[in-house]
Design a protein around this ligand. Structure first.
Ligand code: COA
Length: 506
């Protein structure tokens, strides 16, 4: 059964200190039902990543359906980390496509700004694989390492990479300033970008999406409307980033894109504009490459040429993206979908309206690309391809299906695959925190911490040590290793003296 888009709506993103998460969801849902002409829905799908920890709110789908005055209607919650907003769309789509329901309300959001940043960082880090989380990895830190790995693979210097990331940040703030629903209603200059503080090298403040409150909603229906949801795909990848074959692209996005293109019978060349999950600026390039919208490993050149601007070949994140519209984690995927439908219906202000916005693509990432949801929306009048035509989208998809950690490290030598200096670590970790993804001589990859604040280069040889169940890496110089051993002896001796003293005192 074909799936059409009925009403859509969202609340302005930003800080809403006095409003509960449930109220944000209800407001987005009410706007959507009103946009739909007030018709009844026969199912409600609610998305939120972690309302329990952010807000102490459980059983959220029952709270939403109750507060909408729709008790009796089936209601369920869907969660795939920060792609929850994409996944509610997926579930709502299949509910309609299967013929099981006629009119499904999808609503998703998150409330985060009432908590201090280190606590938000800690809650966000719960989506990370436990070993990596316990080593101090946060979402920003892992994203910074992926960014470095991308730059290495694409043969781009860190200096040039920074100017590309700056272009993305400036672009997305420019369009956010034109979007009344965006958290940041202000443009930024290149100078402001380069003067902003490092959060996790090479990512600065303006490379990161902010902490946000917000909600969005959409009604999917089997009744004919002017916008269709023609393709939707979902892919996954290993929970641990260290177990990935490739650090510089997202296999889950590629799997999902392949399914979405095949379902819609479309190709990358059909897509007129896209909302790409730019939780961190580099993800905009990596995401657009994964979708086949930009050339593999050369997407950064398209950014330099302005191809992703409003007037460019393939406008990306003309909403301001997650970077500037904001990122209420569980809600962003659905907000991207609402923006695409508004663009297709010509409902945005002329200064950010995409010309010929007939086919738009949504790209939503869950966790550190553990989940990816891709969707294609079309103006229902857009002609399909002729009979016998098939999509030709092709991208390298490499998923490690047998991830293993080393029993022990024999060689004690390794090579840096990616490295970052994290200035805003999760609660309970020291700042700065130096983290590296290190390949061992036996062919494993581990996440390790460096004891000093030294910078490391991708490809650099290092020494690895194992301390209980965590790894430490240091410059591959015998003096460094000696200093490390002396430091460890001192720590052990101090611990012994403290133990003896406390026994003697008692
Ligand atoms: N981009 C632009 N400006 C930002 C910003 C961002 N990401 N984050 C905060 N700001 C602004 C604030 O509005 C504030 O401006 P003001 O002084 O004019 O009011 C100023 O910077 C300081 O804000 P503050 O809240 O103190 O910043 P912070 O250090 O607590 O948080 C980050 C900054 C980058 C650490 C935080 O936004 C963050 O962790 N982002 C990533 C979130 C994330 O990982 N999401 C999940 C991804 S899947």
């Amino acid at each position: 059964m074909e799936v059409f888009v009925g009403g859509v709506g969202m609340v302005p993103f930003g800080r809403h200190p006095e409003v509960s998460l449930v109220s944000l969801l209800i407001e987005a849902a009410k706007r959507t039902i009103e946009d739909d002409g007030g018709l009844e829905v026969d199912c409600v799908v609610v998305g939120a990543m972690n309302p329990e920890e952010f807000c102490g709110q459980g059983n959220i789908s029952a709270a939403v359906v109750n507060n909408l005055g729709l008790s009796g209607v089936p209601s369920l919650r869907v969660e795939t980390a920060s792609s929850s907003g994409g996944s509610v769309l997926e579930v709502a789509h299949w509910a309609v496509a299967s013929g099981g329901f006629k009119r499904v309300l999808a609503v998703a959001g998150e409330k985060m700004t009432h908590l201090p940043t280190p606590l938000v960082t800690k809650i966000l880090a719960e989506v990370i694989e436990p070993y990596e989380r316990n080593a101090g990895a946060s979402m920003v830190a892992l994203a910074a390492m992926v960014t470095q790995a991308y730059a290495h693979e694409a043969h781009i210097s860190i200096k040039r990479l920074e100017s590309v990331l700056c272009k993305i940040a400036v672009k997305n703030h420019r369009y956010g300033a034109r979007n009344p629903y965006a958290q940041f209603q202000k443009e930024i200059t290149e100078e402001q970008y380069f003067n902003s503080r490092q959060v996790s090298f090479p990512l600065r403040l303006y490379d990161c999406s902010p902490i946000t409150d917000g909600a969005a909603a959409m009604i999917l229906t089997s009744e004919t409307k002017n916008v269709k949801l023609t393709g939707i795909g979902h892919g996954t990848d290993t929970l641990a980033v260290r177990h990935r074959v490739n650090l510089n692209s997202f296999a889950a996005a590629r799997v999902a894109a392949k399914k979405a293109y095949a379902m819609a019978n479309r190709d990358p060349s059909d897509i007129r504009f896209a909302e790409v999950h730019d939780a961190f600026t580099c993800f905009e390039v990596i995401g657009a490459e994964d979708l086949g919208l930009l050339e593999e490993r050369k997407g950064w050149k398209s950014v330099e040429r302005g191809e992703t601007e409003l007037e460019g070949r393939i406008p990306i994140n003309i909403s301001g993206g997650l970077k500037s519209r904001g990122h209420p984690v569980g809600g962003s995927g659905l907000a991207q979908a609402v923006e695409i439908v508004w663009q297709i219906r010509g409902k945005v202000a002329p200064e950010r309206q995409v010309k010929e916005a007939s086919i738009g693509m949504l790209h939503s990432i869950g966790g550190l690309a553990n989940n990816n949801v891709i969707a294609i929306f079309e103006d229902a009048q857009t002609p399909p391809h002729g009979f016998g035509w098939a999509p030709t989208y092709e991208r390298r998809i490499e998923i490690n299906r047998d991830p293993k950690d080393p029993e022990e490290i024999k060689g004690r030598e390794g090579v840096v695959d990616a490295c970052t200096v994290l200035s805003v670590p999760p609660e309970g970790f020291p700042s700065p925190l130096v983290l590296g993804l290190i390949s061992t001589s036996e062919g494993h990859r581990v996440l390790a911490r460096a004891p000093t604040g030294a910078h490391f280069k991708v490809g650099e040889k290092v020494f690895l040590e194992k301390e209980e169940n965590r790894y430490v890496f240091m410059k591959a110089h015998p003096v460094e290793r000696l200093l490390y051993k002396i430091e460890k002896r001192k720590e052990n001796l101090n611990a012994k003296v403290k133990g003896l003293l406390s026994r003697w005192r008692t």
